[in-house]
Design a protein around this ligand. Sequence first.
Ligand SMILES: C[S@@+](CC[C@H](N)C(=O)[O-])C[C@H]1O[C@@H](n2cnc3c(N)ncnc32)[C@H](O)[C@@H]1O
Length: 183
Amino acid sequence: MKSCWWILLVIVALFICIVISVNYHRICRRQTYYDLAQLRAQETKKPLLVVGDPVGGVATKYLGAAYGCGDVCLDMAGCPTCPTSITKKLEDWLPTAPSNSYVIYISLVLEYVDDDKIDFVLRELQRVSGGDLIIVHIPSWDLVTLHGLSYTKRKIIKAPPHSTTVTYENLTPLTAYLNINLF
Ligand SMILES: C[S@@+](CC[C@H](N)C(=O)[O-])C[C@H]1O[C@@H](n2cnc3c(N)ncnc32)[C@H](O)[C@@H]1O
């Protein structure tokens, strides 16, 4: 019986280690891609638009910002720690911006855009960025996207800078199966 507790303890410890390393990996990727976006902004002399509050994630709320604010930061809930913040939904703000006017860095937001808006948002991101688009997304192997266990609406499979277009797959969140609405 005593050995059963040990096995359980080891399994729990392993699970905690995996969760910590996956989150650490996510935070590191966000900073690396942000550096790339800053470099692109310098080269193109376009302002850098950051989409997604740098402290809007569950882990970043406690650990601090995973990336910078760029020249302007947009989030539907605002970017309260950034000097220049736009509180708007992407689908409402993008049509007001001129073509090829920004380098756009977007972190963990496309997963949450409404199903009927995502294709429009992707087209507009391409237009406003003129192709200078850097997207950080939840890796498709991450537990968060497994069978839509969370409230993410889709799994991003490929995105710039690794490919020229965005490939995604819509998910049915567990909350939809249970018929509950968290947000
Ligand atoms: C999981 S949080 C990610 C926070 C942060 N960007 C990060 O990388 O840790 C998702 C963010 O997307 C924002 N968001 C969701 N849908 C949006 C939309 N249609 N337009 C703008 N922001 C949106 C939410 O307000 C929230 O801050």
